[in-house]
Write a protein that binds this ligand. Structure first.
Ligand code: ADP
Length: 908
């Protein structure tokens, strides 16, 4: 049954999420017999199709009609019902402080869009007696428009990416709403579009309404691209150029993407759109390209099998101490530099930090404790979601920048490493003026006190829920004021006991000072009045403010007889067995005056806070620049730390075609082996003109794939600016790493493993340049032997003679060596190809073990039978395999159909 009736035919279309809309909803409502809340919900459900609508009702977010069962099942809460307009309407809801927890489930885990409808008390109804509300959707939360939700992964960017197209090229614009990291790029073809999207790894992709539709039954490549990156797809119509600012040389198609992205953000962030324009970072086009497959195969961001960050290259090498640093590290590892001077500068700084242990230690301590996640903090402020604590974070950050600068200045020398470090740190700009202003203005102790109180309140709300929740109950309407008696609402602290709590120190704002002085005077008067009452009535008498009563004199029943002089001026307000409360004109006057002053102080504090916020926003460009510099410092300090802990060495990087690694290791495999108390065998690799291809043969599990991957990873680390896991390394710049390892079926697109393998191989052959590094494992495995061998040979030949790239080619087909013309000097094709192998050694006693050492030569043994034995295959099966193999060797031309039948009895 559908619970959502059609809109009244004469209802004018309401503006999305506007006040007008909510009010309109309330007015048509009466004629239809639905209460205002129900009408508002129905309107919003229509205005925000495809979104789960959460409507704030008092202390709860609630969902009604058709959406309630979905909400209840997705977040596992009780489904309830209520009567509206003589119908039973399903409903489900949860307390407001659980919003984040459930947004995570809905948005992050299920990729849903959630429209949040807030309620705003109408000014006329401020007295709580006849409560009336404006309700409007203030934001639609989608996976790519998270702002500051606690479930945001601090170690990676949360990008939303817009893709536009014009005449065969694509414009990409992507933004992390939580940090304002924004960049654009122009992709000239489908392949580079796919690689760029894989590198950005957006959570949400925005495309123009109606674009990239299926034409002639063919899906557009964009769909494959989006599917592969796992993002949610959203559509937008129109454009908007008011927020994001592309670089001056951005292309037309990039600008289209930017304006689409802004238009889309407006439909999602709504009242939370940032307060300032965001500029694109200058795109660095001089970077090593890593395609989607390579990023996955080398486990740069996450492991292949579990798809978890743990065990990935990023997490193995990461020693950063700030969130921003962790995000930048991932960026550097996914697009290593191609600039020799930049790479060398990074290496020089890492070397310096490696040798200057104390400096490294001190800087990391300062960053860990003072840098915060300032880009996210700045965004909260810009999106008007920031609070006073965010101001304090900005203050701490500003202080951190000063401390870092002071420490470096005090130690700074000139010489290798120092000069490069100075180039970086000279760009810091002190914002100590802002830091001082914030320190002087904000009283941190008050914030702490308030936080503690807030936590206690939340705790008690949780406790209350645990002991009988209101969620999903049918009570209507929900009471905003608890029904308990007035005596239970005593605010225990006497209002004049302590100094008034100022978030903003009165010394910072003159207007506050006057009000505070007056408040202090009144407090003194109140204390005098209370003392006078105590001396005439008794010590337990107090002046209080009680909800429901107001300003009263609180008298415990121990004081039975009250003096006439008091009763003459006092009026009884409330009486219980244990207490009586009285109104006393004098206290009412003082109390009300104090209350007014407090309200005015709070207002002035709010105004002052807005002023501070504007000042912080005015400093945003400097704060952001400093933040990015600190991130760089953090990554470089982390590289030095990793170099020390993981025994990494400084590589030589130049523009040669050389690639030489002595004693190379694969960090991930090495750490895995260490946990099992096993040793990793180091290996060497050396390409130098004319030798640019190694054919690596050897048994399964012999370490070929590890050897290939470690070589590529070392090149990536070196060009990212890190030291590398080797005894020595010399890397001639690599413009792209291609890998064809670990192909999987792509059943979704009906592509077999072999098809995927061929597609990847053809891409390498078409795109690899003489600067590229190719690692290829088992090309030609997925088809019959002669075809597979032929494809492998042709691929090798093309790579060695046409692409002329550096290639590590691992294979089972030792025949390839002969086909290439393997000669006694271990080379072929005029020295372009050299041959290496891993082996399986037989130990005394018949045991076999893998020697993971890569040696010159060709391994003509497949060792398949020994591997089967090692894998604990039943002995009779291994014996049968051995028998068959011998027969096949005797009849070289034999076809499988001619394999003799070996009867079970004969076999036994
Ligand atoms: P292949 O590609 O030849 O089948 P892999 O590279 O997948 O072999 O390696 C298989 C296993 O051998 C790894 O998981 C690891 O445990 C071990 N291994 C690989 N290389 C080494 C090495 N250099 N030193 C020690 N163990 C290694």
């Amino acid at each position: 049954m559908a619970y959502l009736p059609e809109a009244a035919p004469d209802a004018p279309p309401a503006k999305r999420g506007s006040k007008a809309q909510a009010r309109h909803a309330a007015s048509v409502d009466a004629s239809e017999g639905w209460p205002p809340l129900a009408q508002c919900v129905r309107e919003n459900m229509r205005a925000f199709p495809g979104c789960m609508l959460l409507t704030r009702v008092g202390g709860f977010y609630e969902s009604y009609f058709d959406q309630a069962p979905t909400l209840a099942s997705k977040i596992s809460i009780k489904l309830a019902a209520r009567r509206w307009n003589n119908q039973t309407v399903p409903m489900a809801g949860f307390p407001i402080h659980q919003l984040e927890k459930y947004l995570k489930v809905l948005v992050q885990d299920h990729g849903m869009l959630v429209a949040i409808c807030e309620e705003f008390q109408q000014p006329s109804a401020a007295d709580n007696s006849n409560v009336a509300f404006d309700r409007r959707v203030t934001r639609v939360v989608s996976p790519g428009t998270l702002i500051d939700e606690r479930f945001l992964d601090p170690f990676t960017h949360n990008y939303i990416l817009a893709i536009s197209r014009s005449a065969g090229s694509y414009g990409l614009a992507w933004l992390d709403v939580s940090t304002a990291d924004f960049a654009t790029v122009n992709c000239q073809d489908d392949k580079s579009l796919r690689d760029e999207v894989a590198r950005v790894r957006p959570r949400e992709v925005v495309i123009q309404e109606g674009s990239f539709d299926i034409v002639d039954g063919e899906r557009h490549i964009v769909w494959d691209t989006i599917e592969n990156c796992g993002a949610v797809v959203s559509r937008v119509s129109g454009g908007d150029d008011t927020l994001l600012q592309g670089s001056p040389n951005a292309s037309r198609v990039e600008r289209d993407a930017i304006s689409m992205l802004t238009a889309y953000l407006r439909t999602r962030l709504m009242e939370h759109m940032p307060d300032m324009r965001v500029d694109a970072r200058p795109a660095d086009s001089h970077v090593m390209r890593l395609d989607a497959h390579t990023l996955g195969a080398l486990e740069v961001r996450e492991t292949m099998r579990e798809r978890s960050a743990r065990g990935s290259l990023t997490s193995t090498i990461r020693r950063t101490v700030t969130h921003g640093g962790a995000r930048l590290l991932q960026e550097w590892l996914t697009q290593p530099s191609m600039s020799v001077s930049l790479i060398r500068a990074r290496h020089a700084i890492v070397e310096l930090f490696l040798s200057q242990q104390h400096l490294r230690h001190d800087l990391r301590v300062i960053l860990r404790h003072g840098a915060g996640d300032v880009l996210r903090t700045m965004q909260r402020i810009a999106l008007r979601r920031g609070d006073i604590q965010d101001m304090l974070e900005i203050r701490d950050f500003a202080g951190t920048v000063d401390r870092v600068m002071a420490l470096l200045r005090q130690d700074m020398k000139s010489g290798p490493g120092w000069d490069e470090l100075a180039d970086l740190t000279d760009k810091f700009q002190s914002i100590s003026g802002l830091c001082e202003r914030l320190s002087e203005a904000i009283d941190e102790r008050v914030i702490e006190k308030r936080l503690q109180r807030q936590e206690a309140l939340l705790q008690s709300a949780d406790d209350a829920l645990a002991g009988g929740a209101l969620v999903g109950s049918e009570e209507t309407p929900r009471k905003r004021v608890p029904k308990k008696g007035p005596a239970s609402l005593v605010i225990e602290e006497p209002l004049w006991g302590d100094d008034i709590e100022h978030l903003i120190r009165p010394s910072a704002a003159s207007t506050l000072k006057t009000s505070t002085n007056e408040h202090t005077k009144l407090r003194r008067e109140a204390r005098q009045l209370e003392n006078a009452l105590r001396s005439s009535i008794g010590d337990a008498v107090t002046l209080r403010f009680l909800l429901g009563q107001g300003h009263v004199v609180h008298v415990p029943s121990t004081h039975k007889e009250l003096p006439e002089s008091f009763l003459e001026h006092a009026t009884l307000s409330y009486k219980t067995k244990t207490t009586r409360t009285f109104y006393l004109a004098e206290w009412t006057r003082i109390g009300q005056r104090m209350q007014k002053l407090e309200a005015s102080i709070a207002k002035k504090e709010g105004e002052y806070l807005r002023l501070l916020r504007d000042q912080v926003i005015a400093h945003a460009p400097v704060i952001r620049r400093n933040a990015r510099l600190l991130e760089q410092l953090d990554v470089l300090l982390g590289f030095a730390q990793a170099a020390e802990e993981l025994r990494l060495v400084r590589p030589v990087v130049d523009e040669s075609a050389c690639l030489e690694i002595r004693g190379g290791r694969h960090l991930g495999v090495e750490l895995g082996l260490l946990e099992q108390h096993r040793m990793f065998t180091k290996n060497d690799v050396k390409f130098s003109e004319p030798e640019r291809m190694h054919l690596v043969t050897g048994p399964n599990m012999g370490g070929k794939s590890t050897f290939l991957r470690q070589t590529a990873i070392i090149a990536i680390l070196a060009q990212a600016g890190s030291f590398v896991p080797a005894d020595a390394a010399h890397i001639g710049l690599v413009d792209r790493v291609f890998s064809r390892v670990g192909a999987k079926d792509d059943l979704f697109h009906s592509r077999s493993t072999f098809m995927v393998e061929m597609m990847e191989t053809s891409e390498i052959l078409r795109r690899a340049t003489s600067r590229s590094l190719v690692i290829a494992d088992e090309i030609g495995r997925g088809t019959n032997t002669s075809v597979g061998l032929s494809i492998a040979y042709a691929t090798l030949h093309t790579l060695a003679c046409k692409n002329k790239c550096r290639t590590l080619f691992a294979t089972h087909y030792h025949e390839l060596a002969d086909m290439l013309g393997y000669s006694s000097d271990n080379t072929a094709l005029d020295g372009a190809v050299a041959f290496y192998c891993t082996t399986l050694e037989t130990l005394p006693g018949g045991h076999v073990h893998y020697a993971h050492q890569v040696r010159p030569g060709v391994n003509r043994e497949s060792h398949g039978l020994q591997v089967a034995q090692l894998a604990d295959m039943p002995p009779e099966t291994v014996a049968l395999a051995e028998h068959t193999h011998k027969w096949l060797l005797r009849h070289e031309s034999a076809r499988l159909s001619q394999v003799p039948f070996i009867s079970h009895t004969e076999y036994q």
